[in-house]
Design a protein around this ligand. Structure first.
Ligand SMILES: Cc1ncc(COP(=O)(O)O)c(C=O)c1O
Length: 401
């Protein structure tokens, strides 16, 4: 798990002297180092799943590390293009591609799409014909496994992500002359930390995917395995073994006899670079339990309410006082606004700040910021020893209409 480095901790401490509201800080130096280390290989082409964190300077850091970009909406596309990134470096995934959205992507010059339904294939062909252009298409496949495992990406349950192999075999690729069906896409498990389990899932995918490509008479050149690589959210979790991942991907590539393997990473790419820094409002005892009431909660950091998995939290200041269990509550009038159980020094008080780590992915933009009209958190970056505010906090008076 990422530990707060001394200079980043000092930068956060300085910011807390000026701020009154919760804020995010992203350590772009740490991010840049991590990205370069995982992109320094020739086994798998890496895209960045922009949904994990669409902040401009995060996208720019991914660009500098040689990643291309997976976008799932017009908003994400425009955010990527406005960083000066060429539309040819964009991949469009996502189950809800309307004809209007497809037309918009065309107008910006995007040519690589993951098709998730037969309608999408038809609409992509029609648009490509109208624009007299050729597109690169991957078909998204949803497989079923016997062990019935579920998680937010669906695992083994029915989801809107792609189609089953039987459904795909009802189309004839020759009916879509403007589409180059370059391969298949499959992604059903999120936040995996066990490289051997992933390797086993990937190995089980080869036979059904190769068989589908044969039935479709597709020359299978590319396989996209999505994201799904996890980061530890608890001190008991170990980080995923990246070298073991590369070894199993190389084996997968050889066994499936494909030219290119792709992944679009979100959490594993950016999750460890982010901190959410949150003022303590008060400590209280209630029915024998220690409660901390915080200025920010799931309005800024929703994920614990969705997954039941808290982000790691520490007291910013040093304290020698014995750690005791606390339940952390945000400011919303719902019991869902709970940031988990944490062992923290018993002397925490109303002038303190907590620092939540592993918040670089699925943080602010995954949250519910308008509920109860609190301020929206500012976003700061730490780079070359300096702190810069990329997006200021917004007060309710600024965002309410
Ligand atoms: C199609 C697709 N690819 C990649 C990702 C990123 O996944 P992760 O953050 O697990 O790397 C997602 C996340 O939902 C996704 O939907």
């Amino acid at each position: 798990m990422q530990t707060l480095s001394t200079p980043v901790k000092a930068a956060i401490t300085d910011l807390t002297a000026q701020q009154h509201e919760p804020f995010y800080l992203y350590d772009l130096e740490q991010l840049s180092k991590h990205l370069k280390s995982i992109n320094d290989q020739s086994v798998v082409k890496l895209w960045y799943a922009v949904k994990a964190n669409p902040l401009s300077s995060v996208i720019q850091t991914l660009d500098q590390a040689g990643f291309d970009f997976d976008v799932a909406s017009s908003g994400e596309l425009k955010q990527v293009l406005s960083q000066g990134i060429d539309a040819k470096r964009v991949l469009n995934t996502g189950p809800a591609k309307s004809q209007h959205q497809i037309e918009e992507f065309f107008s910006f010059g995007v040519t690589t799409f993951v098709a998730e339904s037969i309608n999408q294939v038809t609409w992509l062909q029609e648009a490509a014909q109208r624009h007299d252009t050729q597109l690169r298409i991957l078909l998204r496949v949803q497989l079923r496994w016997p062990n019935n495992e579920k998680n937010p990406l669906g695992g083994d349950s029915l989801t809107p992500f792609g189609l089953g192999a039987e459904e795909w075999t009802t189309i004839s690729l020759g009916d879509y002359p403007n589409l180059d069906f370059a391969g298949l896409h499959i992604f059903q498990w999120g936040n995996m930390l066990d490289a051997s389990k992933l390797a086993s899932l990937w190995q089980q995918m080869i036979a059904p995917l190769v068989s589908l490509s044969e039935r479709l008479e597709m020359n299978l050149r590319i396989l996209d395995l999505g994201g799904g690589l996890g980061i530890p959210y608890s001190s008991e979790d170990l980080p995923i073994d990246w070298q073991a991942i590369l070894t199993s991907l190389a084996q997968f590539k050889a066994d499936a006899r494909i030219e290119e393997l792709w992944m679009e990473l979100g959490r594993y790419a950016v999750g460890e670079c982010g901190y959410y820094v949150n003022p303590v409002i008060e400590q209280k005892q209630n029915y024998g339990a220690n409660q901390l009431i915080l200025a920010g909660g799931i309005n800024h950091l929703l994920r614990p309410a969705v997954t039941g998995q808290p982000f790691p939290a520490k007291l910013l200041r040093e304290s020698q006082t014995t750690a005791v269990p606390f339940t952390l509550h945000g400011p919303l009038c719902t019991a869902l606004d709970n940031l988990g159980e944490h062992l923290l020094p018993a002397d925490i008080h109303e002038d303190d700040w907590l620092v939540f780590s592993q918040c670089g992915a699925y943080g602010f933009t995954e949250s519910m910021p308008y509920f109860l009209c609190h301020a929206l958190p500012a976003e700061f970056i730490y780079q070359a020893g300096e702190v810069r505010c990329v997006r200021s906090s917004l007060t309710p008076q600024e965002y309410l209409r």
